[in-house]
Design a protein around this ligand. Sequence first.
Ligand SMILES: Cc1cc2nc3c(=O)[nH]c(=O)nc-3n(C[C@H](O)[C@H](O)[C@H](O)COP(=O)(O)O)c2cc1C
Length: 384
Amino acid sequence: MRFLTAGESHGQALVGILDGVPAGLCLKAEDIQKELIRRKKGYGRGDRQNIELDAVQILSGVRFGKTLGSPISLLIENKDWKNWQKIMSVKEEDQSSERKVEIPRPGHADLTGAQKYGFEDMRNVLERASARETTMRVAIGSIARIFLKECGVQIYSRVTQIGSVQDVLIEEWSEGLLEKVEASSVRMVSSDAETRAVEEIRNAGEAGDTLGGSFEVAAIGVPVGLGSYVHWDRKLDGKLAQCLMSLNAIKSVDLGIGHEVAKLRGSEAHDEIVRKDRGIGYASNRSGGIQAGMSSGEAILLRAHMKPLSTLKTPLNSVNMTTLESSPAHFERSDVCAVPSAAVIGESLVALVLAEEILKKFGGDSMEELIPRIREWKEKDKFL
Ligand SMILES: Cc1cc2nc3c(=O)[nH]c(=O)nc-3n(C[C@H](O)[C@H](O)[C@H](O)COP(=O)(O)O)c2cc1C
């Protein structure tokens, strides 16, 4: 499975192509739409979410509600484009300096992107560096999720921290927990933590500031043996960390107990191997469902940490790249906190990696070919 996305934040549309989905997967635009609506939610997001409908169209790869095995292409129009047609025009004759960006925001792509590509107008950078691109990644990832569901794999997420507010620890994912998270304006389990997080976001916003935080993505039902220990670029933990690190503003990723492991003794850090009903399993899941780059059959537990967003209403100091004079950084409509959205996006990114790994291990051109192979593998596995 491979995919490409294209499109500028205020350009005409976002475009995506997903190749490698087997034939015979039931797929409706409404199923993709549901995930796009989840991505838009979350207290702390800016006005753009109210403008955009994120209505997805499936242009190819599906016939009569089922995938054909051919590339699936998707289109999401940017509603805001009507206000940016001249500024974002593809035509040379429309060139102007309207809404030119000359003062880079510390922490954003502006300065380094302009240095790298030789741009004077940093709008050329921020339009693509913007997390608007993740709308299409969610659309594409939602197809991977639907595929994974057919393979018996479920993906969940929740926010574990916003600013200084931490959500409660949970032992295990359950339907009840999921309902609470989906109903929460910040994707937290505890309503007390939700109230405090909302207040902290409001305070930060009023001060012209922003907030970051952490979220968890869990994948349940992943078969043993995805990924491999035999070569660095086949390790599943490496691939999952990379996909989450590729999400805008994510600065570190933990697997299982993550960086906490560094301060433990060996006797406290590992998952003991024990007899279970049908064979052998683990007494705990500190490793987060991956051993030596391979899925262990336990829940895969990932945690990603997001920095506070870099567009500040009360801007940090910067330099005007035309005049070389010190100046407050550029401000443009922005979120105060986007951790709940990042969690939903994280689900899609993890889904894309796991879907690809399932196809690598079990193969098949159609769902009809693939599903019995997974079932057979799960039944044959003498340790489970
Ligand atoms: C869902 C989501 C929404 C975001 N919204 C904003 C925003 O409104 N303003 C902003 O400055 N950064 C926002 N970001 C983060 C920037 O896109 C990101 O910091 C920037 O592209 C630089 O990349 P880096 O932080 O990964 O180094 C958002 C990120 C995500 C995941």
